[in-house]
Design a protein around this ligand. Structure first.
Ligand code: ADP
Ligand code: XUL
Length: 545
C-alpha cells in the first residue's frame, strides 16, 4: 500500500507524519491512516545553535533570524529517527513538506550543483554551511524592514495596488522587503548570492539535490508574486532589488512532482531511488489541506508559535483594510489569512512570569469569570503584526501584571477578541472553527475561542496539520503524476468535519457579554494605536453590566 511522508519545518520544530493509503479492491473505497508521527524540537535536540524558541538571540528585538544549517541538520536527523523507529523508508512513494512562511535562504554560485554531489558518508549540515552566502535566515518574526516596505510600496504605486498584485500590502516579514534590506545593507553578499530560496523550497532543494521550484502558496508571502498570474511580477522584482529575477527559482503549481530524491538520501537513509519529491509549500497553506479546507465553508485557527486564522477562498479578494493576506491555496485556488505574532510565545510569557505550568494556567482560566470583570490586556509582548504595533509592551486596563489568574484569562480573551475583530474583512461564516497547532491541545483555550466567536470549535485529529497536509499533498501530486488523480475532496475525506468527534460549543448565555467585550477591546486598541478616546468609561459600564 502506498506510503507518503509529510514534513513541516516550523519555527520551533521539524515534524514528520507518514500516511498509508489503502484501497479496498472491490468497492474502490480509499482510506488513509497515519502510521507514524515524529517531532524534533530545535532548542532541545540541537542546542549547539543557541536558539531560543527556534530563533537566534539578537540585541535588536526587531531583528529575528534562524539558522538554515540547523534546518538541514534537523532534516538529516529526522530520516535517521524515522528509520530507527521502524518506518520502511524504502517504501515511501512521495515526500512533500511545509515550511514556516516568509523566511529566506541565500545560496552561493555553484551551491545547487554541490547539492547534487553531497557525500552520503558525511552529515548534511557541514556540507550545506559553505554553500550559504548569508549565514543566517531572516524569518517571519522579523520586523526590521519598515523603510524597505515604504520604498517598495511607493515604487509600485501604493499599498492597495501592491495588495491587488501580490495579495498583500508590504509587510516587514515578507521576503521581498527582507531581500531589499539585505541588498541595501550588504550589497557584496547580495552580489555573491546566486539563488534565494524560501524555507520550504530550500528544504525541498536539499531532498532533490537541486533547485526546487517555489509554489504559489508560499510564493505569495513574498510581495513578489503576481498572484492572479501565478508568476513573478517583473514590476515587483524591480521594486525590490537589482537582478532579483535571476536569483529566484521558478514558480510551479503546488501539485508538481519536482523529481526524485537525491543519491544522498538514497544512500544515507535508504530511500528508494524512485521516491518522488513534491513541491513544498508554506505551513499555513499546508494546514489548509491538513484540515480539509478545499471548498468554501469553515475557517481554521492555528495556535502555533504564531496564531493564524485562515480559510479557503475561491476567488482572489484582498483586504481593503490592509491587515489580511491572500495566499495561493495548494489546490490552485486561494486562501485568506491573518497572522498574530503574539501567539504561543505570549501565552508562555504569562505562564512563565507567574511560574505556572499548563495545568495551573488552565486552573487560572477556570477560576476567573468570562469578561474578566472588565480587565483588558493588549498582549503585545513582542512587536505585533495584527494590528501593526512596532513599539512592543503589554497595555493593561483594569488589571495589573501582578494578578496571576486574571492575567492568564486576559491574554487568552485578548487573543480571541483580536482574532474575531480583525477577521471581519474575510466575510466568511464563523459558525464552525477548526482548531489546530500545539496550543489546540488546550481545551480551555478553545472554550474561550468558542465563547468569544459564538462558534463551535472542532479540534483537529492531530495538532500537526501542516505535516499531515504535506503528506496528503504528496499523495495528491503523486496520483496526478501517475495519471490517476485522486480528487481533493477524496484526499481530505474525514478531515475537518471534526475527526476527533469532539465539539467545543459556545455557551449562548455568554453571547451578550462577549458582544460588549469585543466593543471594549476594540476601544482599548483604538486608544492605544489610533489616538481614540480613553476607554475607561466604557470599561466601567462593562464592569457594572
Ligand atoms: P510551531 O508549529 O509554530 O513550531 P506548534 O504548533 O508545534 O508550533 O505549537 C507549539 C506551541 O504549543 C508551544 O510553543 C506551546 O506554547 C504550545 N502548547 C503546547 N501545549 C500546550 C498547552 N497544553 N496549552 C497551551 N499551549 C500549549
Ligand atoms: C504567516 C506567518 C506565520 C508563519 C509561522 O503569514 O507569518 O504563521 O508561517 O510559521
Amino acid at each position: 500500500m502506498p506510503l507518503f511522508l509529510g514534513l513541516d519545518s516550523s519555527t520551533q520544530s521539524l515534524s514528520a507524519i507518514v500516511i498509508e493509503v489503502k484501497s479496498s479492491g472491490s468497492s474502490g473505497e480509499i482510506s488513509r491512516e497515519i502510521v507514524h508521527e515524529l517531532s524534533l524540537n530545535f532548542d532541545r535536540e540541537f542546542p549547539g545553535y543557541g536558539t531560543k524558541s527556534g530563533v537566534l538571540p539578537h540585541e535588536d528585538p526587531a531583528v529575528v533570524h534562524s539558522s538554515p544549517v540547523l534546518w538541514a541538520e534537523a532534516l538529516d536527523t529526522i530520516f535517521g529517527r524515522l528509520r530507527e523507529a521502524g518506518v520502511p523508508l524504502d517504501r515511501i512513494d512521495a515526500i512533500s513538506g511545509a515550511g514556516q512562511q516568509h523566511g529566506s535562504v541565500y545560496l552561493r554560485e555553484g551551491a545547487l550543483e554541490a547539492l547534487a554531489r553531497l557525500d552520503p558518508e558525511r552529515p548534511l549540515a557541514p556540507q550545506v554551511e559553505p554553500l550559504l552566502s548569508r549565514s543566517t535566515s531572516p524569518i517571519w518574526m522579523d520586523s526590521s524592514t519598515s523603510s524597505q516596505c515604504e520604498a517598495i510600496t511607493a515604487a509600485l504605486g501604493g499599498a492597495q495596488e501592491l495588495a491587488e498584485l501580490t495579495g498583500s500590502r508590504a509587510f516587514e516579514r515578507f521576503t521581498g522587503p527582507q531581500i531589499r534590506k539585505f541588498h541595501e545593507t550588504d550589497p557584496a553578499a547580495y552580489g555573491e548570492t546566486a539563488r534565494i530560496h524560501l524555507v520550504s523550497s530550500f528544504l525541498a532543494s536539499l531532498l532533490l539535490g537541486g533547485d526546487a521550484a517555489i509554489d504559489p502558496g508560499d510564493g505569495s508571502g513574498m510581495n513578489l508574486l503576481d498572484l492572479a498570474e501565478g508568476n513573478w511580477s517583473p514590476a515587483a522584482l524591480e521594486a525590490t532589488a537589482p537582478g532579483l529575477g535571476e536569483k529566484l527559482p521558478e514558480v510551479k503549481p503546488s501539485s508538481t512532482v519536482l523529481g526524485t530524491v537525491s543519491e544522498y538520501f538514497v544512500q544515507r537513509h535508504g530511500l528508494s531511488k524512485s521516491t518522488a519529491v513534491v513541491a513544498w509549500t508554506g505551513d499555513n497553506p499546508s494546514s489548509l489541506i491538513g484540515l480539509g479546507l478545499v471548498e468554501p465553508g469553515h475557517v481554521a485557527i492555528s495556535l502555533g508559535t504564531s496564531d493564524t486564522l485562515f480559510g479557503y477562498m475561491p476567488e482572489m479578494r484582498v483586504d481593503e483594510g490592509g491587515e489580511g493576506h491572500v495566499f495561493g491555496a495548494p489546490t490552485g485556488d486561494f486562501m485568506s489569512l491573518i497572522c498574530f505574532l503574539n501567539g504561543s510565545l505570549a501565552r508562555e510569557e504569562v505562564r512563565d512570569r507567574h511560574g505556572l505550568d499548563w495545568a495551573a494556567f488552565d486552573r487560572a482560566l477556570e477560576a476567573t469569570p468570562p469578561g474578566n470583570g472588565g480587565g483588558v490586556l493588549l498582549p503585545w509582548f513582542a512587536p505585533e503584526i495584527t494590528p501593526s504595533v512596532s513599539e512592543p509592551g503589554p497595555r493593561y486596563h483594569g488589571l495589573g501584571p501582578e494578578e496571576t489568574e486574571r492575567e492568564v484569562r486576559a491574554v487568552v480573551e485578548a487573543q480571541a477578541a483580536s482574532m474575531a475583530l480583525h477577521s471581519r474583512w474575510m466575510g466568511v461564516e464563523t459558525k464552525k472553527i477548526l482548531a489546530t497547532g500545539g496550543a489546540s491541545a488546550n481545551r480551555r483555550i478553545l472554550q474561550v475561542l468558542a465563547d468569544v466567536f459564538g462558534a463551535e470549535v472542532r479540534p483537529s485529529e492531530v495538532p500537526q496539520t501542516s505535516a499531515l497536509g504535506a503528506a496528503l499533498r504528496a499523495w495528491h501530486a503523486w496520483s496526478l503524476d501517475q495519471g490517476r488523480e485522486v480528487p481533493w475532496p477524496r484526499i481530505v475525506a474525514g478531515q475537518g468535519s471534526g475527526s476527533t468527534g469532539e465539539v467545543i460549543r459556545p455557551r449562548p448565555e455568554l453571547a451578550p457579554l462577549y458582544g460588549r467585550f469585543l466593543e471594549l477591546y476594540r476601544a482599548c486598541e483604538a486608544h492605544a494605536l489610533e489616538g481614540g478616546p480613553d476607554p475607561e468609561a466604557l470599561r466601567e459600564a462593562f464592569t457594572k453590566a
